[in-house]
Structure formats: structure tokens, C-alpha cells
Design a protein around this ligand. Structure first.
Ligand SMILES: C[C@@](CO)(OP(=O)(O)O)[C@H](O)COP(=O)(O)OP(=O)(O)OC[C@H]1O[C@@H](n2ccc(N)nc2=O)[C@H](O)[C@@H]1O
Ligand SMILES: Nc1ncnc2c1ncn2[C@@H]1O[C@H](COP(=O)(O)OP(=O)(O)O)[C@@H](O)[C@H]1O
Length: 299
């Protein structure tokens, strides 16, 4: 018997970052939007697990040992319920790896939901969210999906209303960026500068609720963008190419290096994607819209 769970990527439409905390994390005002780029995780009973396999465009960069977030999720759930994590987790990946779209986090949330269904542990929503928060700051949002404001490390979620569909183009880079390295660069760039407390933008929250792409374009922001650009200067060319193609807004997605372009509608997405593909400033280009639901068991 197997259970397959589909789980979306995310883009941060606001990422406000505070000063480094004593625990090494940063307080955030992190507005997530789940978008229609998906991984699928299939859990199958298998003695001696967790065993991880992975297919997809970036599979070679995905660890298959116990550090894989899907494996860590299975171990965490099994431990709480006195079980042995005897499971094979197959990841069909389509979310870029180390791309700033929470690809690993997504697989952690998906594996948790899949093992819960496979083992019949019937964990409550709160228990699942609790385990997600242990696995990583982005993992709770991968479970919940839609749009939400994440505070604390980003793991404390308040769902947000979205009054329409937002269309995006994503330009994948030729290599990844280490999330910790980008936060360290953020700290370095901010040395000697007072870092304000991160606060969610009310204009941005209103734009989401109205489903208004022009208002959203005017209010998106990412405090990690200067750090990502410092570590990966070529991203500036992709951002410029997307803007030149008519994107309403262009930004680095989270810690990057994926660059995200908000466009008005599907036809604008197709035009912008073609222009980015022809610009030779990125590896591959995808289009996706949001919001979409979080980790979901497929029938
Ligand atoms: C930057 C964001 C924006 O959504 O995601 P990505 O762009 O990587 O997808 C997140 O904050 C990433 O979340 P996630 O990738 O789960 O981070 P974690 O595993 O919790 O932490 C990895 C490392 O990132 C740094 N980190 C993460 C979250 C946070 N609020 N402050 C931090 O300083 C720390 O160095 C930490 O050790
Ligand atoms: N299931 C997984 N999928 C992708 N990366 C994973 C996974 N499990 C662990 N990792 C590790 O986590 C790192 C960051 O993963 P990812 O979440 O894709 O980056 P980002 O948070 O920038 O989107 C990867 O470089 C990889 O080494």
C-alpha cells in the first residue's frame, strides 16, 4: 500500500528580516504564497527504512540519506508514535533544489502527511504543524499552503485572504544558493547598521485580499535580495530581462537564486517566459500561479 502527497513550492511576496537572534535565526515578517510548481512524495511500507529515492530535473543535488527532509519527517513522526520508520519515500521533484522555493521543506511536509496516512497515526493538525516547525522554518507553510504571514523564524503562521489568482514566471538559475550563507551575507551587509524589527506590509496584505496585481507589484519586497545578489551577481541580469519583458514586479524568491516575476495574466506569463528563455540569463523558466493548497493526499 502506498500514499502519494502533492506539495507546492512557495514564493515570498514580502520577506522582512530582523537582526540575528542569539539562537542564530532571524525574526521575519514572511508573507508566503503557494504556487503551482509541485513535488510529489510517495510513502510505501518498507522494512529497515527510511529509504529515499528521488527523480526529477534536480534530483542529483538531493541528499538520499537521513538528512533528507522527507526522511527526517518520517523519523520524527515515527518517534512520537513509538513506531519504526519502515518506509520507502520516493520524491518526484519539480521544485528547484536550493532555489529559494522551499523545495526541501515541501518534501518534509509531504512525507509527514504521507506517513501519517500510511501508518494510520491520525496526527492532529497541531501535531503535524509542531513537527513541521521542528523540521524547518518554511515547513509549516508547505503543509498549510494558500497565503500566510509567517512570524518568528517564519514558522508561526497566520493565514491571509487572497481575492484572486496571481500569475508568475520563475527563472531557475544554473546553481543553488545556501540559505544559511545568504542570511550570513545579510548580517555582513548590515554590520554597523540598525536593523529594524520586521513588520508585515499592510499595503501588501490589502493587495493580496483584493487580488490586485498592480497593488501587489507596488508592495512586494525581499530584504535578502541584496545578499543574494552579492553572492550571485548574475541574478541582476535575469531580473533586468524580466523587467524588460514587461513584468509588473521582479524579485529574488526568498534566499534565491530563483528569480520571480509577477505578471498580469497567463498570456503575459507566456510572453515573459519566452523573453527570459531567449535572454540566456537563466537555466530554465517555468510559469505558475497561486495561491494553491498545501500538502494534499492524491486519491
Ligand atoms: C529564506 C526562507 C524564506 O522563506 O526560505 P528559502 O528562500 O530558503 O526557501 C526561509 O526563511 C528559510 O527557511 P528554511 O529553509 O526552512 O530554514 P531553516 O531550515 O529553518 O534554517 C536554515 C538556516 O537558515 C537560516 N535562517 C532560517 C530562517 C530564519 N528565520 N532565520 C535564519 O537565519 C539559519 O542559518 C538556519 O540555520
Ligand atoms: N527533499 C529535499 N529536497 C531538496 N533539498 C533537500 C531535501 N532534503 C534536504 N535537502 C537539502 O536542503 C537544501 C536546501 O533545500 P531547498 O529547500 O530546496 O532550498 P530552498 O530552501 O532554498 O528552497 C538542499 O541543498 C539539500 O541539500
Amino acid at each position: 500500500m502506498s500514499v502519494t502527497v502533492r506539495v507546492p513550492a512557495k514564493v515570498n511576496v514580502q520577506l522582512a528580516v530582523g537582526a540575528a537572534r542569539p539562537d542564530g535565526f532571524h525574526d521575519l515578517a514572511n508573507v508566503f504564497l503557494a504556487v503551482g510548481l509541485y513535488d510529489e512524495v510517495t510513502a510505501t511500507a518498507s522494512p529497515g527504512g527510511p529509504r529515499v529515492t528521488c527523480t526529477g530535473p534536480d534530483a542529483a543535488q538531493v541528499p538520499l540519506d537521513g538528512t533528507n527532509l522527507a526522511a527526517r519527517a518520517a523519523v520524527a513522526l515515527a518517534r512520537r508514535h513509538g513506531l519504526s520508520p519502515d518506509v520507502h519515500l520516493h520524491i518526484a521533484k519539480d521544485i528547484p533544489v536550493a532555489g529559494g522555493m522551499a523545495g526541501g521543506s515541501a518534501d518534509g511536509a509531504a512525507a509527514l502527511v504521507a506517513c501519517d496516512a500510511l501508518w494510520g497515526t491520525r496526527a492532529s493538525r497541531d501535531e503535524l504543524l509542531d513537527i513541521c516547525a521542528e523540521l524547518g522554518s518554511d515547513v509549516p507553510f508547505s503543509l498549510v499552503g494558500g497565503a500566510a504571514l509567517g512570524t518568528g523564524r517564519g514558522e508561526r503562521l497566520s493565514p491571509l485572504e487572497v481575492g484572486g489568482t496571481f500569475h508568475w514566471v520563475f527563472a531557475m538559475a544554473h546553481r543553488g544558493l545556501s540559505t544559511p550563507a545568504v542570511f550570513r551575507e545579510f548580517d555582513r551587509l548590515g554590520e554597523g547598521v540598525a536593523i529594524p524589527e520586521p513588520v508585515a506590509s499592510q499595503d501588501l496584505i490589502d493587495a493580496l485580499a483584493k487580488g490586485d496585481p498592480d497593488l501587489l507589484a507596488a508592495s512586494v519586497s525581499n530584504d535578502l535580495e541584496p545578499a543574494a545578489l552579492a553572492l550571485f551577481p548574475d541574478l541582476a541580469a535575469a531580473l533586468a530581462a524580466g523587467r524588460a519583458a514587461g513584468a509588473l514586479a521582479a524579485l529574488v524568491s526568498g534566499s534565491g537564486p530563483t528569480t520571480a516575476f509577477l505578471v498580469r495574466d497567463e498570456s503575459a506569463a507566456a510572453r515573459t517566459a519566452r523573453a527570459l528563455q531567449d535572454s540566456a540569463t537563466c537555466r530554465t523558466v517555468r510559469t505558475a500561479s497561486g495561491p494553491v493548497p498545501g500538502a494534499t493526499v492524491l486519491a
